[in-house]
Design a binder for this molecule. Structure first.
Ligand code: F6P
Length: 546
């Protein structure tokens, strides 16, 4: 067993703070300190973050600065920037930020050949972007649909960027096909015509079963409409170019990115080709610039005012000292409807781990469940639980001050609702207020009590002036670095994802059991490895197959 990562002294100090926080709540913190909003809000240029409605306090920050020293936080951040192989289980550096920091400011000491790789992968991406654009401009039949085939990190970020930054009247549609469930694929193919459809297959490994199967089926669809060699017209984006070529994609159509870009951190790379083709490379570069600005904040800002560290600190405090199991994120902007899916992968695939970096059992709570949705929809579904449920759920509100449409009434209502929710979570509503408000209504005691809101429920607010590419870039980089900070505090490797492998391996074993050859000796033997419940479900499915 390795040494626990929190020393008893820090643990005791934080437990004492938690006891006090549970008793006194958040509202009292505002009465006790009139400078609270200023003290715990941060203007980062591209967005403003208000943490004052959380349990943050000077004492909390000070204990976590002590904790950061114990875990050598500054040293670990330096190693990350310097390109040390911090993904130790896969023996890899984690350098996705190099793709956006083209001037290399803030990046400590990466090797020159790594810088060269970053520059050449970006150049290749831009060349391919222009090559496709000029083909698009000269085609007899203009491209109406792009099918982006990829899953997880090979699509979630691209989809988010596309939805957030496309013009509302964009003529090209991008369809994101990830799932092996062909109900989605059939639906998309029914909307497309082969002569006006471009296919981009994205896979870091170019070996993901879903992606290859979907590409195969799309190729078959092209062939059926008379295109004899469809694969030669597909584009491939990957860190394994030889695999894409072996699959049949023409070498000129393969765009590669370096292996030190993790799948869920790859939105900054050529993985976003399909989004860039629609939003334009200039706007894509602004996305990178916004992220690079946030990078500088993360690299240079002292921890006590470093938003990435402070937010991870709160995630850690809630999970480990206030028994919080989940965190909710509500974007009050329809264009950010895929943000939660993106952040779920980013945070839970990175930090949902039960092993420390040396392989021993972790001694802390790691990633909370990350969930959420889009305001105001969520107010009419899950907010009941947020306000009156028994679980403490810190929530995060993302508001965009200026809309990109002219329907001002809608936007004011949207903003008013988002703000009102954060105020309500904090304020709550006591019996006295209820009796005053409903004086004339002669309510029963049960009804009055059902209307009580405890309040003191933590929320943080991120305010963007406008949803520009720079603001989105900064926002996503903020979440990435927050994820890094949380991994350092919990002493885990945030950059592997071994937990996805067992299921994939077993799926390979289960598939033949569903088919006709299920009676062969080999498949029978493999069946013996499964539990009785799985075997019984398998039998039921087989019986009901047409
Ligand atoms: O199965 C999980 C995962 O490996 C993710 O980490 C990754 O983003 C996704 O699958 C897709 O992988 P690839 O880009 O190699 O197709």
């Amino acid at each position: 067993m390795s040494t626990p990562s929190i020393s008893p002294a820090i643990k005791d100090a934080l437990s004492a703070l938690a006891d006090q926080d549970l008793k006194s709540g958040i509202k009292r913190k505002f009465t006790a300190d009139s400078s609270r909003v200023d003290k715990f809000s941060h203007d980062l240029g591209e967005f403003y973050l208000d943490l004052s409605k959380t349990h943050i306090s000077d004492e909390l920050v000070s204990s976590y600065l002590g904790f950061a020293k114990e875990v050598n936080f500054e040293q670990k951040r330096h190693e990350f920037l310097a390109g040390a192989r911090i993904n130790n289980s896969e023996d890899r550096s984690v350098l996705h930020a190099l793709l956006r920091d083209s001037s290399n400011q803030g990046i400590a000491m990466v090797e020159p050949d790594t810088l060269e790789q970053a520059a050449s992968s970006k150049a290749q991406f831009i060349d391919q972007y222009h090559a496709i654009q000029s083909k698009l401009d000269t085609r007899d039949v203009p491209v109406a649909d792009i099918i982006h085939v990829g899953i997880g990190g090979s699509s979630l970020g691209t989809q988010l960027v596309f939805e957030a930054l496309k013009q509302l009247n964009s003529l090209i549609k991008v369809h994101f096909i990830g799932n092996i469930d062909a109900h989605q694929l059939v639906d998309v193919l029914n909307q497309c015509r082969p002569e006006s459809t471009l296919v981009i297959g994205v896979s870091k490994t170019f070996s993901t079963a879903e992606t290859l199967q979907n590409l195969d089926s799309i190729a078959t669809w092209f062939r059926r409409s008379g295109v004899s060699e469809p694969l030669s017209q597909f584009y491939g984006v990957t860190a394994a170019p030889s695999k894409a070529m072996d699959y049949g994609i023409a070498s000129d159509n393969v765009v590669s990115f370096p292996n030190w870009v993790g799948g869920r951190y790859s939105v900054w790379s050529s993985v976003s080709l399909s989004a860039a083709l629609v939003i334009g490379i200039e706007r894509f570069n602004e996305l990178l610039d916004g992220a690079a600005e946030l990078d500088k904040h993360f690299y240079q800002q002292p921890l006590e005012s470093n938003v990435c560290f402070l937010s991870a600190m709160l995630d850690h405090y809630y999970g480990n000292f206030l028994d919080v199991k989940s965190r909710a994120i509500f974007a009050y902007d329809f264009r950010l409807r895929s943000l939660v899916d993106y952040l779920q992968q980013l945070e839970t695939e990175s930090n949902g781990k039960d092993r420390q970096r040396d392989g021993t059992q972790v001694d802390q709570q790691t990633s909370p469940v990350v969930w959420g949705g889009v305001g105001t929809d969520v107010q009419h579904s899950v907010f009941q639980m947020l306000h009156q449920g028994t679980a403490l759920i810190p929530s995060e509100f993302i508001l965009v001050a200026n809309a990109d449409h002219q329907m001002d009434d809608h936007h004011q209502e949207l903003l008013a609702n988002g703000l009102a929710q954060t105020a309500a979570l904090l304020a709550g509503q006591d019996l006295e207020t209820i009796e005053r408000l409903y004086k004339s209504e002669n309510l029963s005691d049960a009804t009055k009590h059902a209307k009580i809101f405890s309040g003191d429920r933590p929320s943080s607010t991120i305010l963007l002036d406008k949803l520009t590419p720079k603001a989105l870039g900064a926002l996503l980089a903020f979440y990435e670095h927050r994820t890094f900070c949380f991994g350092v505090l919990t002493n885990i490797n945030s950059y592997d994802q071994m937990g996805v492998e067992l299921g994939k391996r077993l799926a390979k074993q289960v598939k033949p059991l569903l088919s006709e050859e299920a009676n062969s000796d080999e498949t029978q033997k493999s069946a013996e490895e499964f539990d009785p419940s799985t075997l019984s479900l398998l039998a039921k499915i087989k019986n009901s197959l047409d």
